[in-house]
Design a protein around this ligand. Structure first.
Ligand code: SF4
Length: 180
């Protein structure tokens, strides 16, 4: 898969500590997107699903599940589906963000994956509906759908948060939902 970034332990993209993967490439291109550097489909980090899976298994004792966002994960649907099928064999939970609506995923025939994951967060980011207390959403038109009984909204962050990480090279990165 073409991957923009990985955080091996994060606390703001779902329930508990999660392995978070940002995919590289997005064809949707919302006007007010905060991740425009993840629009390009030029290869950023090409990582095989096998290697990704191994990285996750290495973190397994620290994490409750994985979260995939982007970029647009569904723009790499075949790889995404294959990868999620591997994760499904573990007891890790799976959350995926997409800018597409459920109807768009249906029309693109990309819904098989919905039977394999716990939560999907759908629809475009729209600055006109910006919220800072949506937890996992940045604008109130976006939707959080619980696809299994594993979680309820009480398991998810109530407010939008930011997270700061320092990598092994001393580089500082900030993620999440900062205000303007
Ligand atoms: S779907 Fe997400 S990454 Fe793509 S343009 Fe919209 S906000 Fe940005």
């Amino acid at each position: 898969m073409n991957i923009a970034h990985i955080e091996e332990q994060s606390y703001i993209y779902g329930a508990g500590c999660r392995f978070v993967i940002w995919t590289q490439g997005c064809s949707i291109r919302c006007k007010d997107c905060w991740n425009k550097e993840m629009w390009s489909f030029k290869t950023k980090n090409k990582i095989s699903t096998k290697k990704l899976f191994e990285k996750i298994i290495n973190e397994k004792e620290h994490i409750q599940g994985i979260t995939i966002l982007g970029g647009e994960p569904f723009d790499q649907y075949e790889e995404l589906l294959f990868f999620v099928k591997q994760i499904k064999k573990t007891d890790l939970s799976i959350i995926i963000y997409t800018g597409y609506s459920i109807n768009e995923l249906k029309s693109k025939n990309k819904t098989e994956i919905l039977n394999l994951i716990d939560i999907i967060i759908t629809d475009r980011y729209d600055k006109n509906y910006r919220t800072e207390n949506g937890g996992l959403i940045g604008s109130s038109n976006q939707k959080i759908k619980f696809l299994t009984k594993k979680y309820t909204k009480n398991d998810l962050p109530k407010n939008n948060a930011i997270e700061i990480s320092i990598n092994e090279n001393g580089q500082i990165n900030m993620y999440g939902y900062p205000n303007e």
